[in-house]
Design a protein around this ligand. Structure first.
Ligand SMILES: Cc1cc2nc3c(=O)[nH]c(=O)nc-3n(C[C@H](O)[C@H](O)[C@H](O)COP(=O)(O)OP(=O)(O)OC[C@H]3O[C@@H](n4cnc5c(N)ncnc54)[C@H](O)[C@@H]3O)c2cc1C
Length: 458
């Protein structure tokens, strides 16, 4: 029986554990902070739970056009209750995942693990003491943590990382979010909807520099309309606590005052003290473990998955890398990871979902594709629901009409991207996408309509 040891119980680790157990291996999962990992305990699950409340608050605040009359107090959010719910839900999700993994026959060891020569894994147990495992196959899936700037040390009260916001008992009156990538934009959008006065400090020309430019423009318009201030081309040099508030000093000397500051300036991999060098596992200059498309590292019998590889920092990708590692290691059918089929979503209001090739790749000539962009304002269901912002964008190959990518900006874009994702994965043509029935009236009707437009533009 192949002995598999996995370091890290996030989606990279626990999904791998499930596959390995299914394939008949003897599996040990070593985890330090709780099965489910940062995904469940501090990152993805808590933030999307908080945003679920923000969505309801947004809908309520914007419902007067639909004839809903709210009381004088408008919409008020009790953050202590929201955060208690977030923490309950995260703990329950971790317990569910633990039970699923144990039911599959995986042994869970609670502690901090590291690799050692001789196919060994050494563990400092959380309860004290040590353990030593021998493994034919090891998977490192230890994740990442928030990057901390030297002059902006979080104190857990006023200067916060995204892991610390769920201890807040009251809504920040004026929240400065530093960083306008996906995490910064999501929290800025969320707290704005919950009722905070939000300032987003962005070092770039626009928010979400890595996303579709048209989508980012829609979001910037919505932010401006909702009173969220974006300071673009503004780099935070330091963040200091002053009394009951914070002062963010920008690199050009300007200062921004707030009651709280949330730092969202990227992640660093948890790859120190793992014995990687001793076991021949190469990392890049930022410490991310180098892997190939089947999650192999340069160390013999050692695989890696998830945020510690820096390939694409998403829970779904971590899970796929972990499964792929086990399929490969245990001799099952395996397909190399294809990032061009990954669907991703930014959980702002509206949401921004993408899959496949991007507009930037089309514009730079990296791929030859035709594009159509259909504003949601023309969609009957959107009109009925009072949705004014957003669009569906579709890319297809010029000759064959094969769908190669798409962008959806809409409420619940994360759900609407699925037909496009399916089309990209299965190499469906715009003809096929256009021919499938959609419900009338529905937002997904715009996906089919976009396909019809591309079909008629030879
Ligand atoms: C605020 C935020 C929101 C996000 N939202 C989404 C989203 O909506 N959708 C999405 O797809 N992605 C989202 N992500 C990204 C997603 O959370 C990560 O990509 C995902 O957590 C990566 O999973 P992982 O398995 O690599 O690591 P993690 O989930 O970080 O798990 C790693 C585990 O390893 C443990 N560990 C570390 N070192 C050791 C050691 N030496 N020994 C034993 N255990 C160890 C840790 O305690 C942790 O439990 C979000 C990220 C952030 C920051």
């Amino acid at each position: 029986m192949t002995r598999v040891a996995i370091l890290g119980g996030g989606p990279g680790g626990y999904e791998a554990a499930l596959v390995a157990a299914q394939l008949g291996a003897e599996v040990t999962l070593v985890d330090r902070d709780g099965v489910g990992g940062s995904t469940v305990l501090t990152d993805c699950v808590p933030s999307k739970t908080l945003i679920a409340t923000a969505e309801v608050a947004t809908d309520a605040a914007e419902s007067s056009e639909l004839g809903v009359v709210l009381g004088d107090d408008a919409v008020r959010v009790d953050l202590a209750r929201v955060n208690a719910r977030v923490q309950r839900l995260a703990a329950a999700q971790s317990a569910d995942t633990t039970a699923t993994v144990e039911r599959a026959g995986v042994r869970i060891v609670r502690g901090t693990g590291r690799l050692a020569p001789g196919d060994r894994v050494l563990v400092d147990l959380n309860d004290g003491g040590t353990d030593e495992l021998v493994a034919d196959v090891a998977l490192v899936a230890t994740g990442a943590r928030p990057r901390v700037l030297r002059d902006a040390e979080p104190d857990g009260e006023r200067i916060l990382t995204w892991e610390q916001v769920y201890d807040l008992q009251e809504l920040p009156e004026r929240l400065i979010v530093v960083g306008s990538g996906v995490t910064g934009a999501e929290f800025a959008s969320g707290y704005n909807a919950l009722g905070s006065d939000v300032v987003l400090v962005s070092s770039r020309d626009r928010v979400l520099p890595g996303e579709d430019a048209d989508a980012a423009l829609v979001l910037e318009d919505v932010f401006a309309r909702r009173g969220l201030t974006v300071l673009s081309r503004s780099r935070a040099a330091s963040v200091k606590r002053v009394g009951d508030g914070v002062v963010v000093t920008l690199s050009d000397g300007r200062t921004v005052e707030g009651t709280h500051c949330l730092m969202a300036v990227g992640s660093v991999p948890n790859t120190e003290s793992l014995g990687l060098a001793e076991c021949g596992v190469a990392v890049d200059e930022q410490g991310f473990i180098t892997v190939d498309k089947v999650s192999r590292t340069s160390g013999r019998g050692v695989y890696a998955a998830g945020d510690c590889t820096g390939v694409l920092m998403l829970a779904s990708v971590a899970a796929m890398q972990g499964r792929t590692a086990m399929w490969h290691a245990l001799g099952d059918a395996v397909r190399p990871l294809d990032l061009k089929t990954v669907a991703a979503n930014v959980f702002t209001a509206p949401e921004i979902a993408t899959v496949g090739w991007s507009q930037a790749a089309v514009d730079s000539g990296e791929i030859d594709a035709r594009a159509v962009k259909l504003p949601l304002a023309t969609n009957a269901r959107a009109k009925m629901q009072g949705i004014k912002d957003g669009f569906v964008k579709l890319f297809c190959r010029p000759g064959t009409g094969i769908v190669v990518g798409g962008v959806v900006v809409a409420p619940r874009a994360s759900e609407l991207i699925y037909p496009i994702s399916l089309a990209v994965e299965a190499s469906l043509t715009v003809d096929q996408l256009a021919r499938a029935f959609t419900v009338y009236p529905s937002l997904s009707g715009s996906v089919a309509e976009a396909a019809r437009r591309l079909r008629h533009r030879g």
